[in-house]
Design a protein around this ligand. Structure first.
Ligand code: NAI
Length: 339
């Protein structure tokens, strides 16, 4: 088996706990992974002036592939988001979030198997904003009136929603390539083009142009904001944030990470469910060509959920079970024993 070096960014909150669990499981899967550990998180701001030091971006660039834990967005530091900055810096334009039922995980429906593809670089997430009362807001309001685009109340704050033809085509092609490579039958484009004609409408036209045989392929492709909301909701269908994996992919780099955040309410208590990060690692191994190790991890996860004796508190809650909850460490021990 080939050896691969990947960057590991444990993050903060529950990140170090779920990352440690993930490392143990990857080792148990037989994959030969060398970890190049780099830091990100609010705890670095004092020393580095930023939660995302340049050396961390360099580590991802050096290794091309990374897996990260969640990172809290520090409030009031002027830094918008580590995740948004990383996606921008590395050109990770596609966010991939598979939503798959795991029997025993407490999902509302069985047999859910959807792949969410979210555009990562534009839409309301682009961060183009004008504060209420600012010169920019005033000019934009005047421009909208002059152009007959509509009246905006003078005391409004404004966020701009840019959607381009190039980025729309790129994400739709990504969705189709993914569908083809993974034997999926259908790609669905989600939009609100009847109201947002010039942004969602453009996205829809790009999707139609790329589609040649829509009957072929079950991937759902979204502009950035809807994709964010839909992937959190879809995680709810299959048992919650504790089990939802993800990846951010560009032409050169790929960063794998769970959908959930740093869960400060349970951080440091060995209560976090590491499944989401472990399944993100399985996606990473498949990406590295280690399909067998990835499948061994997925099989072990299914076995632990099917057996149901060592499940974390979030899953006990989702299944309405009164059995005692396993800690993050106990769950990971059970998973490793299931290999
Ligand atoms: P969150 O996902 O951290 O937590 C929401 C709820 O889900 C909490 O009750 C938490 O305990 C629970 N939860 C999440 N992951 C869990 C797990 N693995 N096991 C068990 N329970 C789990 O979302 P929230 O509270 O909105 O955000 C907290 C911080 O995380 C914020 O600073 C936010 O900016 C950041 N964040 C970071 C992300 C990333 O790095 N990719 C993604 C989303 C949020």
């Amino acid at each position: 088996m080939a050896s691969h070096t990947v960057a590991l960014v444990p993050g903060d909150g529950i990140g170090p706990e779920t990352s440690a669990a993930m490392q143990r499981v990857v080792e148990a899967s037989g994959a030969d992974i060398v970890w190049d550990v780099a830091e990100a998180g609010a705890h670095l701001v004092e020393e580095h002036g930023t939660p995302l030091p340049a050396s961390t971006i360099e580590a991802v660039k050096r290794n091309k592939v990374a897996i990260k834990g969640p990172v809290a967005t520090p409030v009031g530091t002027g830094f918008r988001s580590v995740n948004v900055a990383l996606r921008r810096e590395l050109g990770l334009y596609a966010c991939l979030r598979p939503v798959l039922s795991i029997p025993g995980a407490g999902g509302r429906y069985d047999g859910v198997d959807i792949v969410i593809v979210r555009e990562n670089s534009e839409d309301l997430y682009a961060g183009i904003e004008f504060e209420e009362g600012s010169e920019g807001a005033r000019k934009l309001i005047a421009l909208c009136e002059e152009e007959g685009a509509g009246a905006i109340r003078p005391d409004s704050g404004i966020s701009v929603k840019p959607i381009s033809k190039a980025a729309s085509e790129r994400i739709v092609r990504f969705a189709f390539d993914y569908a083809r490579r993974h034997g999926r039958r259908k790609v669905t484009a989600v939009h609100k083009a009847n109201i947002m004609k010039h942004t969602d409408g453009l996205f829809l036209r790009a999707a139609r142009e790329v589609v040649m045989d829509p009957a072929l392929f079950d991937v759902v492709v979204f502009p950035n904001l809807y994709g964010d909301i839909a992937s959190d909701l879809a995680a709810g269908l299959v048992g919650g944030l504790g089990i939802a994996p993800g990846a951010n992919i560009g032409d050169e780099y790929a960063v794998f990470e769970a959908v959930h955040g740093s869960a400060p309410d349970i951080a440091g208590q060995d209560k976090a469910n590491p499944t989401a990060q472990i399944l993100s690692a399985a996606m990473m191994l498949a990406h590295l060509g280690e399909a067998e190790a990835a499948e061994r991890i997925r099989r072990a996860v299914r076995a632990v959920y099917a057996e149901g004796a060592h499940l974390t508190a979030d899953i006990r809650k989702a299944t309405g079970s009164s059995k005692p909850a396993a800690s993050c460490t106990e769950f990971t021990d059970a998973l490793i024993a299931a290999f």
